[in-house]
Design a protein around this ligand. Structure first.
Ligand code: SAH
Length: 223
């Protein structure tokens, strides 16, 4: 994928003005972290969805990205990112569920190193070409079942899971550094998923439940 500056900047419904309006809406909805807000006003979300969907990229909704998967709505991306950064700067972050690559792109502007894993090859290939075209060079990605995390690059200060498991896979807990935080939607079905923050302490794990959410299911194996 080769993108010219006009495509990256966008025009009309994909322009900087539209991104700024999305940022203002996020602020009104309660997102307070200014770094998160300015990052989301910068990252060209319209390039993370298919061209036919580009003019809807800055609406506050999840959108289909193929393979039955979705790019999360901007508010959810902003909120999960804000929660990860709440306790201070993040050096290494692991994302499970690359999808379109948008969440990883946002994280790449706010953390030193981003590691992201995806179980659907076709989605990962598209996300990788976006990272390259947009020069997000601090993102490393891997085609694998994220249940296993990415041990060779751990421990991680932060882990974000963007698909919903019925319970948190143990390897992900083990790859969290002490003081590190994981944000994960937990629940076996869409109607009972709860956004959950797990913090690793010197003695174990603390769990905090936030609000109800609707994510695609966390599936095992590669596809
Ligand atoms: N963060 C993404 C959201 C994508 S939807 C974005 O910004 O676009 C969630 C993604 O999680 C899907 O692409 C799905 O294939 C992936 N997924 C589900 N279970 C997984 C697993 N066990 N390992 C890795 N990826 C998984």
């Amino acid at each position: 994928m080769i993108l010219n500056p006009v495509q990256i900047a966008g025009i009309g419904m994909t322009s900087q003005r539209t991104r700024d309006r999305m940022r203002d809406r996020l602020r009104e909805q309660g997102i307070a972290n200014e770094s998160v807000l300015s990052t989301m006003a910068r990252v060209p979300r319209h390039l993370f969805v298919d061209e036919a969907m580009a003019t809807r990229a800055y609406e506050d909704s999840a959108l289909p990205i193929g393979e039955g998967q979705t790019i999360s709505q901007p508010f959810v991306v902003a909120r999960m990112t804000e929660v990860l950064l709440e306790t201070g700067p993040v050096d290494k972050v692991l994302e499970v569920g690359t999808g379109s690559g948008y969440q990883a792109a946002v994280l790449s502007q706010l953390a030193a190193q981003v590691f992201t894993v995806e179980r659907i090859k076709n989605l990962l290939d598209k996300a990788r070409s976006r990272f390259a075209a947009l020069h997000y060079s601090n993102i490393q990605s891997r085609y694998s079942d994220g249940s296993w995390g990415w041990a060779s690059h751990g421990l991680f200060d932060a882990i974000i899971v963007t698909a919903a498991p019925s319970s948190v896979p143990a390897p992900l807990l083990e790859q969290l550094s002490i003081g590190g935080r994981m944000i994960v939607p937990v629940g076996s079905q869409q109607h009972n998923q709860v956004l959950t923050v797990v913090t690793r302490t010197t003695t174990g794990f603390e769990e905090q439940k936030l609000n109800g959410v609707k994510f695609v299911p966390f599936l095992s194996g590669k596809s």
